[in-house]
Design a protein around this ligand. Sequence first.
Ligand code: PMP
Length: 356
Amino acid sequence: MSKFLIDKYQTLEAYVPGEQPKNMQYVKLNTNESPYPPSQTVLDRVSSAEVSMLNLYPDPDCVNLRNKLAGLYGVEIDNVFVSNGSDEILSFSFMAFCSEETGAVFPNISYGFYKVYGDLYGVDYTQAPLNSDFTVNVNDYKNVNKTVIIANPNAPTGLTLSLSEIEDIVRSNPNNVVIIDEAYVDFGGESCVELTKKYGNLLVVQTYSKSRSMAGARLGFAIGSKELISDLNRIKYSTNPYNINRLTLAAGEAAIDSNDYYMANCCEIIKTREYSVKRLAELGFSCTNSKANFIFAKSDKISGRDYYLKLKSNGVLIRHFDNPLIKDYVRITVGTKEQMDRLFEETEKILAEVQS
Ligand code: PMP
C-alpha cells in the first residue's frame, strides 16, 4: 500500500478471484467457466473486419445487443442494461441503490463480491445467516426496508429459491430495490425476469460468463423497470460510457443468434452434473442439490482443504473457501464428462491413500 491511498480504502479487503495458473495445464474446475467454446457464429462474427474497426469507439448505447436481448427475454429495449461482466452491474447497483442510509442485506454465504462492494461504497449492510441446510431464510429479506441482494441459485451452494419466494420478497419491499443475481440460472433454476413486468423494484442480473461461454469477453446484462435501467445508465455515463468493447458487442449479439447451441450445452452440463453428484455420493461425498454449473460437496474421509490441495498437486483444480462455515466443503465446476472422470480417477487415488 502506498502512503497516497486515501484513508477509507486502507482497510478495504479486495475480492480474491479464483486461481488462473499459468505454470501447468490443469483440469480447470475452479472458476465456473463453461468447458465448451463459443459458438461458430460467435467465432465468425469476431472477424478481422471487426478488429480493423478498433480505431472507432463502440456504440455506448449498445443498441443492437440490447435489442437482441430484449427480443430473447420478451421485454423492451429500455428494460435492458449491458455491462462489462455482471460484476460491473453489481458495482453500479451498489453505487446507485445502496448507501449508509438505505442499507443492504445479503446472505452471509454468497458471492464474495457483495461484501466487497458494500465495504467499497460505505454501505451499512447486514449478512443474513443461511439456515443450517444452507438454504436462504426468506423471512430475513421480507419487509426489511433495505436493498436486497440474493444470488439465485446461490453461490457456492447452488441452492435456489422458488419464484413465489422471490415474489414475496419483492412485494414486501416496495420502497427498496431487490437485486436477484441469476448468474447460474440457465443450469436448472427458474428465472424471475417475468416478475420485472409486475414489480418496478426488481432488478435481475445475468451474465454471459457461464452458460454462454464468454467469461473472457466480459459481458453481463440486467433486466428491470425503465426507471431502474435509467438509474444504472446515470452511473455508467458518469464512470465509463464505452464499457463494452466492439469485439464483445459483436460476440454478444452473435451468441444470441446462436442461443440454441448454448442451451444445448447447458443441458449437457446439467446431465454431467447429475452424473457427477451420483459418482461423488458413491465415493462418500455429500452434495447440496445444486442447480448451478458447480457442485458443492463434502467428504466424510478428507477435509475440504486437503482434498483441494491433493487434487491440485495431481493436476485438477477446484475451489476451497477458508470461511469456517463452509471449510469442510469444496466447490467443483461441472466440466465435460471426460474432465469429471479425471476428477473421479484422482479422487479415488487420494481416498485410497488417506485410508491406508
Ligand atoms: N454473480 C455471481 C453469483 C458469480 O458467481 C459471478 C462470477 N464470479 C458473478 C456474478 C460475476 O460474473 P461476471 O462478472 O463474469 O459476469
